[in-house]
Design a protein around this ligand. Structure first.
Ligand code: RIB
Length: 334
């Protein structure tokens, strides 16, 4: 497949001249035009969308950088981003950063070379300097879920702190008298906000102790280990609020292994609203994030920025919904 460089070499002109000719973005004299036309015909050259992008035209492509594609929360988010982007004629390419700053910066450099029109970061390691640098390089960015709280870019996320309060109040209303919290990685603003919401709801109650809060790393295995640790140090726990559904699934598994009945002996509530929560045994009560609405909103925001219809940075916090299921049902007897 001939490239723009092959055409430039055969025509005896620079790549920039070929690009000017192809995209009609500057003067090319008649003699040079003839040479270029002849070289294109000889090589059967077809400009790629990236070549058009080189001349500053849009490639109608956006990138979505996710932290952990193995967590079902993110594919549901990606689905919404892609559905909305496609209605505006944009293609979406995905990357998995593992919430590692180095991988994210690698993506940023790669995406700059690929002439991406804009980037959505569902990331926690992006800082103000990154966001300023991206904006100065002409690549609009917006953040999703875990973005920086410093107005260096627009962020779309859920009302995490209020959602955590909702979860604990639901467990208290279901009759729980001692509730533990399994929290996510403390470098993530979503985990920090949910822990604050748990503390808001329990810190003034007589049974509260910081030892009732244990890390689960937003993973199933982390939820299992945290639950084993909690029931070892506090055998009288009768409620667990997990900061995401995967850790809540881990808690159900650990309680089953310890032959502790849910909801009869311990009630469990998660956070996210992933589809897996509907098929656990018992089905998992959760605080559902508006996953599809989050993805759709951030996609529309980025496209508005790309097309020059939005130049402010706002934080959009979307409402969450408690979905009661059997894992917190009241009055179920042994
Ligand atoms: O389950 C993954 C978690 O990471 C979700 O709660 C989401 O909010 C993200 O922060």
């Amino acid at each position: 497949m001939a490239t723009i460089r092959d055409v430039a070499k055969l025509a005896g002109v620079s790549v920039a001249t070929i690009s000017r000719y192809l995209n009609k973005t500057g003067y090319v004299n008649v003699d040079t035009e003839h040479k270029i036309k002849k070289a294109i015909e000889t090589l059967k050259y077809e400009p790629s969308s990236v070549a058009r992008g080189l001349a500053g035209k849009q490639t109608k492509t956006i990138a979505l950088i996710l932290p952990d594609i193995s967590n079902p929360f993110f594919p549901e988010l990606a689905r919404a981003v892609e559905d909305v982007a496609s209605t505006y004629g944009y293609t979406v390419i995905f990357g998995n950063s593992d919430d590692q700053g180095v991988k994210e910066r690698t993506y940023i450099e790669l995406l700059k070379k690929k002439y991406i029109d804009g980037i959505i970061f569902a990331s926690n390691t992006l800082n103000r300097d990154d966001a300023v640098q991206m904006n100065q390089s002409g690549i609009p960015i917006v953040c999703l879920d875990r973005g920086p709280d410093n107005h260096s870019c627009s962020v779309v996320r859920s009302k995490n702190r209020e959602g955590a309060q909702l979860a604990v109040q639901h467990l208290l209303a279901a009759g729980c008298r001692k509730i533990a919290h399994i929290y996510g990685p403390m470098d993530l603003i979503t985990a920090q906000e949910r822990m604050k919401g748990y503390e808001d709801a329990v810190k003034s109650l007589p049974w509260f102790s910081p030892s009732l809060m244990v890390s689960g790393n937003f993973q199933i295995n982390g939820g299992m280990k945290a639950t084993e640790q909690l029931l070892h140090t506090h055998p009288d726990i009768d409620g667990i609020f997990a900061g995401n559904d995967l850790m809540a699934v881990g808690a159900l598994k650990a309680l089953h292994r310890m032959q502790i009945l849910v909801p009869q002996q311990v009630k469990v509530c998660g956070f996210d609203g992933i589809q897996m929560a509907e098929i656990t045994e018992p089905e998992l009560t959760t605080v559902a994030q508006p996953i599809y609405e989050m993805g759709a909103t951030v996609s529309r925001l980025l496209i508005k920025k790309i097309e020059g219809n939005l130049d402010t940075n706002e934080i959009y916090e979307l409402d969450v919904t408690l979905i009661p299921r059997r894992s917190t049902q009241k009055g179920v007897h042994l």
